[in-house]
Write a protein that binds this ligand. Structure first.
Ligand code: HPA
Length: 248
């Protein structure tokens, strides 16, 4: 049985400085010519494989990420769990910048992405049950660990996935709000359903980095803080939360 855990970093985290005995693997996949670069190592005695979702040297925008290759490459390590980190905009005004949320639902507004490992050549179609897009046990463990760590988080919420890379219009955010979306980002789909197809327990830790379009105090544009010290601190806390969840 494998003893490996996988962490996916988003736009705020493209390497994991805490990995000891770090090794870089470039994994060839059936899903394109470019290998997927993963970093492996130990944290607190735990085997961790880290994937920078957008790539390492060349940064792929959300609509150009090869999600199938990414998740397939991770699957070769048979990880016990995958925790994905993601930056989001807040649809609800009460969710301030720096809020950490563990979403439990997804609404997918993306289009044109490769969303399945079904090729049409199999004798059986893999119709996954996606009622609960995240692994509920893994989510519970993250929430429980946040409690132990005294880290304030929002337990639950619906992550709306937009196509990007442009941000949304104010009317699009109003629509997401009416649809029941709480957080808006561009990357957890098709990542979540691909992990589900491969039977890999997958959950996400989201960090609010801006009010969504039309929701900010001064908004006719969305400013996404990228290097703010406070936000970097929150990103570190999210990594810590993921690792401590794995260790438990
Ligand atoms: N919209 C979509 N994706 C995002 C946002 C946003 O406001 N902030 C961070 N990722």
């Amino acid at each position: 049985m494998s003893n490996v855990y996988a962490l996916i970093g988003g736009s705020r985290l493209d390497h994991l400085s805490r990995l000891e005995g770090r090794m870089i693997d470039r994994i060839d996949t059936p899903y394109g010519k470019e290998p997927v670069e993963l970093t492996r190592g130990q944290i607190d005695g735990l085997e961790v494989v880290f994937l920078s979702r957008h790539g390492v040297k060349e940064k792929k925008p959300p609509h150009m990420i090869n999600y199938r290759a990414n998740i397939w490459a991770l699957s070769t390590f048979k990880p016990k769990a995958i925790i994905a980190l993601a930056s989001v905009g807040a649809v609800l005004v009460e969710d301030e910048i720096g809020t950490v949320a563990i979403p439990d639902q997804i609404i997918d507004y993306t289009w044109g992405r490769e969303t399945s490992y079904n090729t049409g050549k199999e004798s059986v179609i893999n119709f996954i049950d996606f009622t609960y897009p995240f692994d509920m046990d893994l989510r519970d463990e993250i929430v429980r660990m946040a409690d132990i760590m005294n880290l304030p988080i929002v337990d639950g919420g619906t992550y709306a996935v937009t196509q990007g890379p442009r941000l949304e219009t104010a009317a699009e955010i109003d629509r997401i709000d009416r649809d029941g979306g709480h957080y808006v980002g561009m990357t957890l789909m098709p990542e979540a359903c691909l992990a589900k197809e491969l039977n890999l327990p997958y959950a996400a830790i989201c960090q609010v980095v801006n009010p969504a379009a039309g929701r900010g105090a001064s908004a006719n544009s969305v400013e996404i803080a990228s290097n703010d010290e406070e936000l970097n601190k929150v990103t570190d806390q999210c990594v810590d939360l993921a690792i401590k969840t794995f260790v438990e």
